[in-house]
Write a protein that binds this ligand. Structure first.
Ligand SMILES: O=C(O)CCC(=O)C(=O)O
Length: 412
């Protein structure tokens, strides 16, 4: 921890100013390897992260949380050698913590992953490796035809989104990007390793199974009872492949910056050249992984979006911004980019204008990439187990328009 000294001292100074005297008093002990002290500073920082709205949590507490995760993980590795548990704490630091210790968390994660892989190699040589074959069959066999029956009413009778095969950058710019027209680009990912690798759940388990991620549970983010849980990707895969899935317990790893967290998975994807248009200010690259029937309700985002369908099929319905008045956006500022109309059961008594909205639709297949221009309304439902990646980018300020005047990176 030698190189951390000045950073820790600076952090402790900031925490004193925030009244975090208990944390400050225990840090030296935690640094010296006292597991109880490390556990206590973890709890103190955790409490501070949950003491009010996230935007009001002081950044020093976020960094204090990361440091506690690092110190606790060191103690666990030394006392129990439980690398899964270490990874859990280190990921918590990445997900909930600040930026100051991010590089330290990342290198501790690489070390723990490497040590885990070495252990697994030993296990496989002694025949201790296991596979979840039966449940994987379950997962794959869920019928696409069954999911098609559950599409919103009026589906498969809307205009079809235009599709084209790998347009040149110039054609894409002239015909779609500049006029703001959606398009499906076929065969857009032939060179992505993800296209073959991510079908294999054992691959995902091996690369990412012990990593902790935020998962949405429930029908969709506007439905009653919807919540978020932190779980490992291994647990998520177990839940996706369980035969007991229902709308209330359906898990969805949605809009998560997985590729910042697990660089090894980033090697499986390639940022499309189209994202360079307009100055190409990449806002986020997000993963969307879940079983059949996950729903993202009708909403819009401020950025250009290239949405890559890597595994499985998804139904997409789009409405142009010109139809906003027929779609009844929520009045509350947090939800202003979401429609009150539930496409899976539209309430035409309360939202009669919805009948006037005319949408466009498409069933995205593996290897399809959908361009969604800024502010276009979109509804997305998976028709099979699915893994997608979205690339959100903004035009740089010299060419930006009012379509990008606010930031709604947080879901919804
Ligand atoms: O795939 C989904 O469920 C939703 C994707 C989406 O809303 C987006 O990429 O902006």
């Amino acid at each position: 921890m030698g190189d951390l000294r000045p950073i820790i001292d600076e952090l402790l100074e900031a925490l004193r100013k925030q009244g975090g005297f208990g944390y400050v008093a225990l840090t030296a002990l935690a640094e010296s390897g006292d597991r109880t002290a490390a556990g206590e500073i973890y709890e103190m920082a955790w409490e501070q992260l949950h003491s009010g709205p996230w935007s009001e949590v002081h950044s020093a507490w976020r960094d204090a949380f990361s440091l506690a995760c690092l110190l606790l993980s060191n103690c666990i590795e030394r006392d129990e050698g439980d690398l899964e548990q270490c990874l859990k704490y280190l990921d918590m630091g990445l997900i909930m913590g600040g930026l100051v210790f991010r590089a330290h968390l990342e290198s501790a994660i690489s070390r723990a992953q490497k040590a885990r892989e070495d252990d697994e190699e030993d296990d496989s040589q002694t025949g201790n490796g296991g596979t979840g074959d039966e449940s994987e069959q379950n997962y794959r066999n869920r019928s696409f035809a069954e999911s098609l029956k559950k599409l919103p009413s009026g589906s498969l009778s809307q205009a079809r989104i235009r599709a084209t095969c790998l347009p040149s950058l110039e054609t894409f710019a002239r015909e779609f990007f500049l006029p703001g027209e959606p398009v499906v680009i076929k065969r857009a990912m032939l060179d992505w390793p993800a296209l073959t690798k991510w079908k294999n759940l054992e691959y995902l388990r091996r690369i990412a199974g012990s990593r902790t991620v935020p998962v949405e549970i429930g029908e969709h983010y506007l439905a009653p009872g919807w919540k978020q849980e932190l779980m490992t990707i291994g647990d998520l895969i177990n839940r996706c492949t369980s035969s007991e899935l229902s709308s209330t317990n359906r898990p969805y790893l949605a809009q998560h910056s997985l590729f910042d967290q697990i660089p090894e998975l980033r090697k499986d994807i390639i940022v499309p050249d189209y994202c360079a248009l307009g100055g190409g200010d990449m806002k986020s690259v997000n993963a969307w992984f879940g079983p059949a029937n996950t729903v993202t309700p009708l909403h819009h985002d401020p950025h250009h979006n290239l949405f890559a369908q890597v595994v499985g099929q998804k139904y997409v319905r789009l409405y142009s911004p010109a139809h906003s008045s027929h779609l009844y956006p929520f009045a509350e500022s947090m939800l202003m980019n979401s429609s009150q109309v539930d496409l899976d059961g539209p309430d035409l008594l309360n939202f009669p204008e919805f009948e006037k909205a005319s949408g466009m639709e498409y069933i995205l297949e593996e290897g399809d990439m959908l361009y969604i221009p800024p502010k276009w309304w979109h509804y997305v439902k998976s028709l099979s187990p699915s893994f997608s990646v979205s690339f959100w980018w903004a035009v740089t300020s010299s060419v930006s328009s009012d379509t990008e005047s606010y930031d709604a990176d947080d879901r919804p």
